[in-house]
Design a protein around this ligand. Structure first.
Ligand SMILES: Nc1ncnc2c1ncn2[C@@H]1O[C@H](COP(=O)(O)OP(=O)(O)OP(=O)(O)O)[C@@H](O)[C@H]1O
Ligand SMILES: O=P(O)(O)OC[C@H]1O[C@](O)(CO)[C@@H](O)[C@@H]1O
Ligand SMILES: [Mg+2]
Length: 324
């Protein structure tokens, strides 16, 4: 029988994502409800290395469900990528009696959790990233808020773009993942979507399509460009020069990661947080919580990290068909 866990830790790691606070709140309150002690680790693995560890009570997470960012703060920690760093992190967990650890973050954060699991700390990952780039789950906390934030901003760019009959390039986040760009492309009715997964665009073809569209009477041309493709400012100059159509670039940047989480992010985060604690109480380790086919599931971290998330072909096809 698995040893009964008495103390758990929780941290947020990698880029922050709206809804992380709802997940922390759920982890804390579910664990306290089961009679566990909860340690909050500040600033992700960096804070763990520096022993920034505090006790969390039910009141410490009051009034947080509606707040963006993460009350525990987050970091990208180079030391955690080294074997010595991982051993130090596991030793600190043991020093503070942390027998189970909930890691809220993206794929990189799960790689860190996997290393800690191999060193004897029971770990469970909760997918918290605006990138939606984790294959074992259809949903990652923060995506819904980020896509709605970007969509609203792009609607505003569209108003001015149409008024001036301009071409607008709007750069959205996603260094390696194009989900945010693809969803904005469909939700905002963009003429063009540039994705990091298909990084071989023929700019002369785009220019040809802009000219054809203008001749067909379209009043604007919206290009959603993912951060991983980038170069939006120079692209705008090249397009303006080649088409004679005034072109402006807008880089939305980190505003996409902030803001109050949507209902969807709050609810998924609350359920995933509770499930993570239940898994730890069942003695499970090296698992990631996910959502697939209408159910909350858990998947082995090794398996989760080996899966490659591809963009859905059908969605790509529809986005292209609707851009006429
Ligand atoms: N291979 C690895 N081994 C150990 N730790 C890792 C590894 N990869 C990443 N990490 C740790 O996880 C942290 C977060 O990873 P990363 O910066 O890739 O963000 P993420 O969790 O994928 O989130 P997002 O992509 O949404 O910003 C890293 O700073 C590092 O501390
Ligand atoms: O905030 P940073 O460290 O510049 O990271 C930016 C990256 O983080 C993400 O926002 C995911 O958290 C990516 O979409 C983006 O490429
Ligand atoms: Mg990532």
């Amino acid at each position: 029988m698995a040893k009964r866990i008495r103390t758990i830790g929780v941290l947020t790691s990698g880029g922050d994502a709206p809804g992380m606070n709802a997940a922390i709140r759920s982890v804390v309150r579910t664990a306290l409800g089961k009679g566990l002690r909860v340690r909050g680790i500040r600033r992700g693995y960096q804070g763990l290395m520096e022993e920034e560890i505090i006790d969390l009570s039910a009141r410490d997470v009051s009034d947080t469900i509606q707040r963006g960012g993460t009350i525990l703060q987050t970091a990208r920690c180079k030391e955690m990528r080294t074997e010595e760093g991982q051993q130090k992190a596991a030793a600190i967990c043991k020093k503070y009696g942390i027998e189970g650890l909930v890691v809220i973050g993206g794929d990189g954060s799960f790689a860190g959790a996997q290393k800690l699991a191999n060193l004897g700390i029971n770990t469970i990952g909760i997918p918290g990233t605006i990138d939606l780039d984790i294959d074992c789950t259809e949903y990652t906390i923060g995506f819904d808020t980020a896509v709605n934030t970007a969509m609203e901003a792009i609607d505003k760019v569209r108003d001015t773009s149409t008024s001036h009959q301009r071409c607008s390039i709007v750069e959205v986040m996603g260094r390696d993942a194009g989900y945010l760009a693809l969803w904005c492309g469909i939700a905002n009715g963009a003429e063009e979507i540039l994705l990091p997964e298909e990084h071989n665009y023929d700019e002369s073809e785009i220019i040809k399509r802009i000219i054809e569209n203008r001749d067909r009477g379209k009043k604007h041309y919206i290009i959603i460009n993912a951060e991983g493709v980038g170069d939006s400012i120079n692209m705008a100059k090249r397009i303006e020069e080649a088409t004679g159509m005034e072109t402006r670039a807008t880089i939305l940047g980190h505003m996409q990661r902030g803001g109050s989480p949507t209902a969807k992010d709050r609810v998924y985060a609350s359920i995933m947080g509770a499930k993570a604690v239940e898994l730890l109480c069942e003695g499970k380790t090296n698992r990631v919580v996910g959502y697939k086919h209408g159910e909350y599931i858990d998947v082995d971290i090794d398996e989760a990290l080996n899966m490659e998330k591809k963009l859905p072909e059908y969605q790509l096809e529809i986005a292209k068909k609707l851009a006429i």
